[in-house]
Design a binder for this molecule. Structure first.
Ligand code: F3S
Length: 428
């Protein structure tokens, strides 16, 4: 590895113990990847130092606190030391519980105390507690071409594809180290050569709603896995929310970290530009038959039509999605046997509160929650057997994590199920 004088200083300990240990971890990481240098990054999104009591217990001999977890677990250090204030744009992604509705989610006082304590420590280090998987709608929107170090697959694919910023799917360790050093290996999607498209996708049915965008993403991810698709065709209303659902789905059925949409995403003004001289590995077609099969595939775990739980907001809902749900609920009540939880970020919830959407959802018997989701927290209402979802990503994960049946449909299908207690969604 070629290190700059500043990086050498960090590694030798001249810039303090935290920089030394963080740089040591990053050099080991870069060597394992085969990277020859670092890029500078001032935009880092991770889960620095946050842990449950079980993990703290593993480091009891080192104090069993936030500091011990950050040093020993995040930085893989053999010593525990004071942590510096983080500079640049360092933010905390989603967490494990809602700061106000944690009792309703079923958490104990002890777990909540641990949550409050970690939050205080994160804030004391000047890390922004955004607590969301959608930092790009909660105040952290990196610039085109900016090098970032982000965790969270749905945020990574959005960062690369829609914003044209550059990040690989980082881990807790590399992001915590990058917050201290402002370095990340120059590898993968940080380089021009690795941002070129691999497969050509022709979309031959109208893809307009988030339901359709989610299905298309799920279809493409399953086929291209970790490579970069270049998509052309009948894509409509390409807004933040649709990209959010498309990318999250493609990153869960496959491992898509970047996609190009010709004439839509910033690095794909033309198909030629998106492929950057590479010959497409394959040409893939998405028509009515592929759409129908994807819908059936997503609904393969739906058996009983009696819905116990409707979960919305994966990835965390944008304000217009909360507005849509509030509008659908006006004058209606959630069924007595069904629960409705919708997840968003703290930033967006403040706006939903101000616009009266939270009151409408609560008045109907639902809850608007922040910070987490059912897949991350592994919390669902007691005795849930059947879930309704409008997110292909959540439909992919929740049945596997929680052993529940799941239906995938439109947001309207889901709200209708919340009100009637019955799943009546079908493909039109
Ligand atoms: Fe976010 Fe949870 Fe989905 S963290 S992307 S809402 S799985």
């Amino acid at each position: 590895m070629k290190l700059t004088p500043e990086e050498e200083d960090m590694l030798s300990g001249k810039r303090g113990k935290a920089a030394e240990k963080a740089m040591d971890l990053l050099v080991r990481y870069a060597n394992a990847l085969g990277a020859e240098r670092f890029v500078e990054t001032y935009n880092v999104a991770g889960v620095p130092g946050t842990s449950n009591p079980w993990l703290k217990h593993q480091f009891e001999a080192d104090g069993g606190d936030y500091r011990a977890v950050f040093c020993r677990f995040d930085l893989d250090s053999d010593e525990v030391f004071d942590l510096p204030k983080m500079t640049g744009n360092s933010c905390h992604l989603q967490g494990g519980m809602d700061p106000e509705l944690w009792r309703e989610q079923g958490f104990s006082d002890a777990l909540h105390d641990n949550f409050v304590s970690d939050e205080k420590n994160v804030t004391a280090l000047d890390i922004r507690n955004l607590k969301t998987c959608t930092p790009y709608i909660a105040g952290n929107e990196p610039k085109f071409g900016e090098h970032c170090a982000w965790m969270e697959s749905s945020a990574v694919v959005y960062c690369n594809s829609v914003l044209g910023s550059r990040t690989n799917t980082e881990g807790r360790e590399s992001t915590s180290a990058a917050m201290i050093t402002h370095r990340i290996p120059d590898w993968g999607l940080h380089t021009d050569a690795n941002r070129r498209g691999h497969h050509h996708i022709k979309v031959d049915v109208p893809v307009d709603s988030i339901f359709e965008w989610g299905m298309l993403g799920y279809f493409i991810g399953e086929i291209v896995q970790e490579t970069i698709p270049v998509i052309e065709g009948d894509l409509k209303n390409a807004d933040l929310t649709r990209h959010k659902h498309f990318g999250a789905a493609a990153a869960s059925s496959g491992g898509v970290e970047m996609y190009h949409m010709v004439g839509i995403t910033p690095e794909a003004p033309t198909a030629e530009k998106a492929f950057g001289g590479l010959t497409p590995l394959s040409h893939i077609y998405y028509g009515p038959e592929e759409r129908r099969k994807t819908y059936e595939n997503l609904n393969i775990r739906g058996k009983s039509r009696d819905v116990d739980f409707v979960m919305l907001g994966c990835p965390h809902a944008a304000l217009e999605q909360i507005e849509e749900v509030a509008r659908l609920l006006v004058g209606r009540k959630i069924h007595e046997n069904t629960a409705l939880w919708m997840f968003t970020s703290r930033f967006v919830k403040l706006q939903a509160d101000a616009r009266g959407f939270t009151d409408i959802i609560q008045g109907a018997g639902g809850m608007l929650m922040t910070d987490t989701c059912s897949a991350i927290s592994q919390i669902i209402p007691p005795d849930t057997k059947v879930v309704a979802l409008d997110s292909a990503k959540q439909t992919h994960y929740l049945p596997a994590f929680m052993g529940v049946e799941a239906w995938y449909g439109t947001t309207t299908d889901c709200i209708n199920a919340a009100v009637s207690g019955k799943w009546e969604g079908e493909l039109s």
